[in-house]
Design a protein around this ligand. Sequence first.
Ligand SMILES: [Fe+2]
Length: 217
Amino acid sequence: MAWDDVPEWAKDVTASILAAVKEKDPFTFYHCCRVGRNAKKLAKAMGLNEFEQIVLEFSGLFHDVGKVGVPDDILLKPGRLTANEVEVMKAHPLKSAQIVEPLATLPLFRFTLPGIRYHHERIDGTGYPFNLDGEKIPLFARVVSVVDCVDAMTNTRPYRKALPAEKVIAELKEFSGSQFDAELVKIYLQASPHWSKEEKDDHDSEAIVRTLLEEAA
Ligand SMILES: [Fe+2]
């Protein structure tokens, strides 16, 4: 399946879900847009085919949409979360999957579910919600995890300043094989320095939620 084969209704429903996320929390919306874009780029660098790249793009776009179900006083809390609040927050991957499940009649959307549901699992088995380890974590979830965490580290939050690029690279290397899939970290570190240059002629993927994304840059 090429980008042109993605049904218009699928793009429209994606834009609609993301518009709801933007109403709830603009930061989460922009984060999802960036993770979608970068998941697609990492998929391409891995040599995955076009359909798989598109699935990963949608997996990234949807991975955190379940945060609409997290109360504002937890989602937007400027300080540290209590143990109870952390538990509420940890439900968001399953909430994201629940939001996408009704669309699973379309294979493109069905294949996004593992990447969404398991994006907070860690290679060493200490992630959530299922404590899966190693290759029990679906490949697409391991991909989303890398680009998700890089995006989280490179953006300032009320409780934490953005890390400089060298520090992000150091963190990726430090947690390669424990938090992140070591092979994917390797590919990410090789490929990502070239991405901004490629972006200009890689506009097909940008067609998704284009009008919404215009502000996201
Ligand atoms: Fe998440």
